[in-house]
Write a protein that binds this ligand. Sequence first.
Ligand code: ADP
Length: 204
Amino acid sequence: MSTPDNIFPVFDQLLQRKDKEELLQQKAKVVWMTGLSGSGKTTIAKVVERKLHDNGFVTQLLDGDNIRAGIGNNLTFAADDRKENIRRISEVSKLFLNCGIVCINSFVSPTNEIRQQILDIIGKENVLMVYINTPLEECEKRDVKGLYAKARKGEIPNFTGISAPFDVPNDPYLDVPTVGKSVEESADIILETLLPLITFEGEK
Ligand code: ADP
């Protein structure tokens, strides 16, 4: 006896983002940190993620470490490859978004053109763009990874702020100046804006 194709019609329908959000009791969002290398994006993103996790939110952090090592490992820092890198990250973020997850991204994303590309792919309404606003002089002074010193010597081509452009974001964004603030204080500023956007009908 054969089984009719439509015996389980409900299984034909893909589960929707709202089904996942209901299950997780949270609203999905992509929090995108843009800023110079060494501005504090990843340091702040980790604190934001930890605080969200402690408050019962399911999150995913994407940064150079887990993206450049894997899905972007055939890409350079030349302009076209940067664009392709951002395209891939944006598409990956969209998958997390459709799974109801709060995705926290930490990438230089240096130009307004690139930031527009992000908003176009993910959807402006789904993204909280955060400018980790640390002046170049301060990033260069910190130079935690010694990258600025190398870039100044010409050992790193296309280094943002030195030999590649960085535009101050001109789209609506959350501006977080970090000088004179602790990492915790910067994280709290972001959470203050973010929490109402991801809270599910007053829960959590
Ligand atoms: P990015 O991800 O933007 O390249 P990182 O977070 O990897 O930057 O590095 C920033 C470095 O600056 C970290 O070592 C961090 O401890 C340090 N730092 C010093 N002061 C601050 C501050 N006020 N806010 C954020 N990071 C700071």
